[in-house]
Design a protein around this ligand. Structure first.
Ligand code: AMP
Length: 417
């Protein structure tokens, strides 16, 4: 496989898929530039070696229609400033051949939002899935998606994908476009390389013991990951709102706590699987319960399976926090996805904080720790501990699908898996 470090960009035009889907305020100003900063090493590498850049991205969900609110023209100045080079803008991403052809070494062209074309996502628009003509429309769209991807490919000599956030989608710019470059002219960008390596560290090159911490609100959204991890981990902490589905399944009283009544059998099955596979399953034994779903409600510590009527478990209790820390201490590989409580409320952060602190300690002792999935990242940032873990993934859905063991189309299109 070609890598960005082995490629000679001198005199070449590189089309780079980045994730510049940055949040904008009412005036169209960027409120968080993390994603732009994330792509800079790749972009700067091409320019420094005498290549020219054609940058492409989506922004928001314009659903296949031109919409000024989602125009990438709004970020041209910011990209230019961060890149330290002037950035030209192509107002129509599918009609940028001339501008691309005119690019000289060291020059940069940013294409307008790819999702202004329905071909980018490849989903037929304006037709219901139930409509008998839907399948034909879908087939026709797949064909025009190929044409669209071919047009994008025609702008450049090589293709780089550095947009991990969309790697789980088979879109024109994330996967289909790669079909129009041979193996020596397509590669992952630095950010993608780091993400793929991080996932390999927890799924393939595992150093033991391996502790995974899965939290968040529901078992149902995490089940694919839990099942994939069950064959790999030594310790599995299941926390957050899931705690109460497990407590209920085992006959506990959970008051008003969040619960998925249709997942009780699944919870018992997970407990059985863990036993059969010799996985140390850590579930909450006590909790901090509140009498309302708000930060300043009345609270009490009680057993997770004996929560009084009118109260709900909103965070892990002190005994549970100790059990979390014990399962994380000494681990050499750690994955954390999903908070252990309603961390958005300052009075219910202790469980998540106990996890973050134990991870930071294990990391300082040499563990590889990967934090990923929107809310645990927000959590670690809230605690100001982002620099105390090994890697924070930039991809929500993409990371979760990778951990489920699914092949990511954006990665496969380049690695040829
Ligand atoms: P998820 O998107 O599934 O990872 O869930 C994240 C959300 O789960 C966060 O917004 C938390 O506030 C929420 N959460 C965690 N613990 C609980 C709990 N005990 N009760 C209700 N919500 C919870």
């Amino acid at each position: 496989m070609m890598t960005i470090d082995n490629y000679n960009f001198a005199g070449k035009k590189a089309i780079v898929r980045v994730d510049f889907n940055v949040p904008l305020n009412e005036e169209g100003k960027i409120t968080d530039d993390t994603r732009i900063r994330g792509a800079l090493p790749t972009l700067k590498k091409v320019l420094a070696e005498g290549g020219a850049l054609i940058i492409m991205s989506h922004m928001g969900k314009p659903k296949g229609k031109v919409n000024a609110k989602f125009s990438l023209s709004q970020i041209v100045d910011a990209v230019s400033e961060k890149l330290g080079a002037p950035v030209q803008f192509a107002p129509d991403c599918a009609k940028a051949a001339e501008a691309a052809a005119a690019l000289k070494a060291g020059e940069v062209l940013l294409l307008e939002n790819l999702r202004f074309y329905p071909e980018e996502e490849g989903k037929p628009v304006g037709i219901d899935k139930e409509d008998p003509a839907y399948n034909d429309a879908k087939k026709a769209m797949k064909e025009s998606q190929k044409e669209f991807a071919k047009t994008l490919a025609s702008y450049a000599d090589c293709y780089i994908n550095d947009a991990f956030g969309t790697a789980h989608r088979r879109h024109a710019s994330t996967a289909v476009v790669a079909d129009y470059f041979d193996a020596d002219n397509k590669m992952l960008g630095y950010l993608m390389e780091k993400e793929v390596q991080a996932v390999d560290n927890i799924l393939k090159d595992i150093k033991r013991p391996f502790t995974a911490i899965m939290g968040g609100s529901k078992v149902s959204t995490k089940i694919g990951i839990i099942e994939n991890l069950m064959d790999k981990v030594d310790n599995l902490i299941l926390c957050g709102g899931m705690t109460y589905t497990f407590a209920k399944a085992q006959g506990g009283e959970i008051g008003n706590s969040i619960v998925e009544m249709d997942k009780l059998d699944l919870a018992l099955n997970i407990i059985e699987q863990a036993k059969a596979k010799g996985v140390n399953l850590v579930l909450g034994t006590d909790c901090k319960a509140g009498d309302d779903f708000k930060n300043d409600c009345n609270t009490q510590i009680c057993p997770a399976n004996a929560i009084p009527e009118g109260w709900e478990g909103l965070d892990a209790g002190p005994e549970t926090q100790k059990a979390f820390a014990a399962a994380i201490e000494g681990a050499k590989t750690i994955l954390w996805n999903g908070p252990a409580g309603v961390f958005e409320f300052d009075n219910f952060t202790a469980g998540s904080r106990a996890i973050a602190e134990a991870i930071a300690k294990a990391t300082a002792d040499g563990a590889f720790s990967l934090i990923g999935g929107g809310d645990s990242v927000a959590c670690i940032n809230k605690f100001g501990m982002a620099d105390q873990v090994s890697y924070i993934s930039t991809g929500g859905g993409a990371l979760l699908e990778a951990i489920e063991g699914k092949v990511l189309p954006g990665v496969a299109a380049i690695k040829g898996e």
